[in-house]
Design a protein. Structure first.
Length: 116
């Protein structure tokens, strides 16, 4: 299975390299469209290879998706934390009740009851 994973990673890396080599022509990238550039004081335009634009867009999309999902799951993480605290409290209460139950009993009977 480990070799299958390495082969998959190698194929994926080769595909990314081929995409980068096929799209290495420089393209202008502007933050503001040309029609709106007259209304803004700054209109930065940069020349960069197309594969950088493609991979950068994918990376920014992944990062934004991870952040969005992390924010969306905040309620579920809070509920899991509450359940964990409640479980710890209930376990402590069970231990306390077992201790109180066998406080005045014989030690052998207490050991036998704890084995259940």
């Amino acid at each position: 299975m480990r070799y299958l994973r390495y082969v998959s990673i190698a194929i994926f890396a080769l595909a990314l390299i081929l995409i980068a080599l096929a799209n290495r022509v420089a393209v202008p990238v502007a933050l503001v469209p040309e029609g709106l550039s007259g209304f803004t004081a700054l209109s930065p335009t940069m020349e960069m290879p197309l594969f950088v634009v493609i991979f950068g867009g994918i990376a920014i999309g992944l990062i934004l998706g991870f952040i969005w999902e992390w924010i969306r799951e905040a309620g579920e993480r809070a509920a899991a934390a509450r359940q964990t605290r409640e479980m710890a409290r209930l376990r402590a209460e069970i231990q306390r009740l077992k201790r109180d139950k066998h406080k005045d009993n014989d030690e052998v009977i207490a050991l036998l009851d704890n084995g259940r």
